[in-house]
Design a protein around this ligand. Structure first.
Ligand SMILES: [Ca+2]
Ligand SMILES: [Ca+2]
Length: 208
């Protein structure tokens, strides 16, 4: 790609979740360094970032420069301030940086309705990437481990998403929790969950 064409923007926006995908992720390769010479491209890029930001799309960009330096302009241009793009750019940069944050990705993962969310996973075959995604949604405090409350939500959602009755009793949740928390420290870490998912299968939860 030699620049950002309108077609690139249209394609990316289309991939970016109008189709109702649960984890819209858009890859934008070879984003060139831009100046006011490429004003149209700058404008398109700003629109694209705004659209994805509002839709909580995960945007993965490969560019020759860090976010703030993708678009460069003369200080004088900013001083004379005739260019809307220059004004808009500061916001674009802060949005791009925010879109790289854990909080943004967490909000993205939590926004998806529960049935749609779990339909994305093959419960018999949970991968490491899946576990990272699951943690984004269920590890509320970002501690990298699930406490009983967080784990309960996860268990209820899986049961609900697979058509079961989400009103499971405290003792059943506790029983599963004990089984998953192999080192018995009262917290489920990713490794314990991975072992549980691989050996026993999250399907066991779905079978309740
Ligand atoms: Ca936690
Ligand atoms: Ca543990």
């Amino acid at each position: 790609m030699t620049g950002i064409t309108q077609k690139d923007v249209d394609t990316a926006v289309e991939e970016g979740g109008y189709g109702g995908e649960a984890f819209p992720t858009v890859f934008l390769d070879d984003v060139p360094n831009l100046t006011l010479q490429e004003r149209d491209q700058v404008r398109r890029f700003i629109t694209l970032v705004d659209t994805f930001y509002e839709r909580k799309v995960k945007l993965i960009i490969r560019a020759g420069a860090d976010a703030p330096d993708i678009f460069t302009f003369e200080t004088m241009d900013k001083a004379t301030a005739v260019q809307d793009e220059i004004f808009a750019w500061d916001r674009t940069v802060s949005r791009l940086i925010e879109m790289q944050s854990e909080d943004y990705l967490k909000a993205q993962a939590q926004e998806v309705p529960v049935e749609e969310y779990w339909a994305m996973f093959d419960l018999a075959r949970i991968s490491d990437d899946d576990i990272e995604r699951i943690w984004l949604r269920y590890d509320d405090d970002g501690s990298k481990e699930l406490d009983r409350k967080e784990f309960r939500k996860l268990a209820e959602d899986i049961i609900h998403a697979t058509g079961g009755d989400r009103n499971i009793s405290e003792s059943v949740v506790e029983e599963i929790f004990q089984e998953v928390d192999t080192n018995q420290n009262g917290l489920v870490d990713m490794e314990e969950f991975r072992t549980f998912a691989q050996k026993i299968g999250v399907k066991k939860l779905a079978a309740l």
